[in-house]
Write a protein that binds this ligand. Structure first.
Ligand SMILES: Nc1ncnc2c1ncn2[C@@H]1O[C@H](COP(=O)(O)OP(=O)(O)O)[C@@H](O)[C@H]1O
Ligand SMILES: [Mg+2]
Length: 303
C-alpha cells in the first residue's frame, strides 16, 4: 500500500484554484519532491496531506487514513516543518525540543537529535540568535521529535546559501536512510534533481510530469550543449553540417552547439581540430530539470 494516496484533489480559495484535480501516490521510504514555481499549489497540496487543510473535493489518504478527520492519529506519525514565525525569539533550542516533544507519546532523545543535526553547541542558544541554516536545522529537529514515519519539508532551503543548502541535502538523505519517508517542496530544480527519488512537477495547480529525475530528463529529447570560446570570433558555422549537431548559436564571446547522441561531443571536438580552430574553455552541458520544465510548460522557472 502506498503511504500517501491522492485522488483528484482539488482546493480552491474563493475564485482561486490552487490545486486543480491532481492524483498521485508516494511510496514508503522515498524522497518525493513537489517542484514548481511560486503559486503552483505545492504548499496547499501538502497541507491537505498533513490534514491541516480540507480539500474542496477529492480524496487524500495518509497511512490509509483520512488526515483531516483523523488528525490526531496522523499527527503522531508525521513530522511537519514549522514556519519561522512559529517560535518565540527567546526560546532556547533545547527548550523548544522539550516543549514540542511534550505533544507526543513517542519521543526522540533530545541529545541524539541535537547531535544528529549538529546543534549540540547551540542547545542553550536563543532561537533569534541562530543563523538561517541553524534555524532550519532546528526546524528539522522539531519535525523529528516524535520519531515520525514521514516528514514534510516545505521550502526547507529557500534563502540559504549554497553551502548550507548542500548540508541540508545531506541531512535529508540521512533521515531517509534511517527509514523515514520524506515529502518536500522546492522551487529549486537543482535541489529536486539532486535530492529526490521521484519528482512531481506542478504548475498552476496541475501535474506537469511525475517520474525519477533521470527519466524526466531522458524522456525529453532535450539537446545537449557544448559551449566554448574562439579567439577573434572565427566562424564555426560548418559545425552545423555534422550529423549530431542540430543548431549553433554564436556570439562574440562564445559558441553554443546544440546536439544529441553519444558521438556528439567527440564529433564536434574532432571537427574543430581538423579545421585548426583553437577553441578555449570547452565544456559540455547536460540537460537538467530546468530544461524539462521549460520544454513542458514553455516557461522558465524563476526563483
Ligand atoms: N490562504 C490562502 N488564501 C487565498 N489564496 C491562497 C491561500 N494560500 C494560497 N493561495 C493561493 O493559491 C495558489 C497556490 O498557492 P500555494 O499552494 O501556496 O503555492 P506554492 O506553495 O506552490 O507557492 C496561489 O495562487 C496562492 O496565491
Ligand atoms: Mg509554498
Amino acid at each position: 500500500m502506498a503511504a500517501i494516496e491522492v485522488e483528484d484533489l482539488r482546493r480552491t480559495y474563493g475564485d482561486v484554484v490552487a490545486v486543480d484535480g491532481i492524483s498521485f501516490e508516494v511510496a514508503e521510504g522515498e524522497i518525493f519532491g513537489l517542484v514548481g514555481p511560486n503559486g503552483a499549489g505545492k504548499t496547499t497540496t501538502i497541507e491537505c496531506i498533513e490534514g491541516l487543510r480540507r480539500p474542496s473535493s477529492g480524496q487524500v489518504r495518509l497511512f490509509g487514513m483520512n488526515p483531516f478527520i483523523e488528525r490526531r492519529a496522523v499527527a503522531e506519525r508525521i513530522g511537519v516543518q514549522l514556519q519561522e514565525s512559529a517560535l518565540p525569539p527567546r526560546l532556547r533550542v533545547a527548550e523548544a525540543l522539550a516543549l514540542f516533544g511534550a505533544f507526543y507519546r513517542r519521543r526522540a532523545a533530545i541529545d541524539d537529535l541535537l547531535g544528529q543535526l549538529g546543534l549540540t553547541d547551540k542547545r542553550d542558544a536563543a532561537f533569534s540568535k541562530l543563523s538561517g541554516g541553524q534555524k532550519q536545522r532546528l526546524f528539522i529537529a522539531l519535525a523529528l521529535i516524535n520519531r515520525p514515519e514521514m516528514v514534510f519539508f516545505d521550502e526547507l532551503t529557500t534563502g540559504l546559501d549554497p553551502q548550507a543548502r548542500r548540508s541540508m541535502w545531506d541531512l535529508v538523505r540521512q533521515i531517509r536512510d534511517r527509514g523515514t519517508t520524506v515529502v518536500l517542496t522546492t522551487h529549486y530544480m537543482e535541489e529536486a534533481e539532486r535530492l529526490c527519488d521521484r519528482v512531481m512537477i506542478v504548475d498552476r495547480g496541475g501535474i506537469v510530469a511525475l517520474d525519477t529525475p533521470e527519466a524526466l530528463i531522458s524522456k525529453l529529447e532535450v539537446d545537449k550543449r557544448i559551449v566554448f570560446g574562439v579567439p577573434d570570433g572565427q566562424d564555426v558555422g560548418y559545425l552545423a553540417s555534422l550529423a549530431a549537431v542540430s543548431h549553433i548559436e554564436q556570439t562574440d564571446e562564445k559558441v553554443i552547439v546544440h546536439g544529441h547522441g553519444d558521438r556528439f561531443a567527440s564529433s564536434v571536438v574532432y571537427a574543430l581540430e581538423d579545421a585548426g580552430v583553437s577553441f578555449i574553455d570547452l565544456r559540455t552541458e547536460q540537460p537538467n530539470l530546468e530544461d524539462v520544465f521549460l520544454s513542458l510548460t514553455g516557461r522558465e522557472i524563476r526563483e
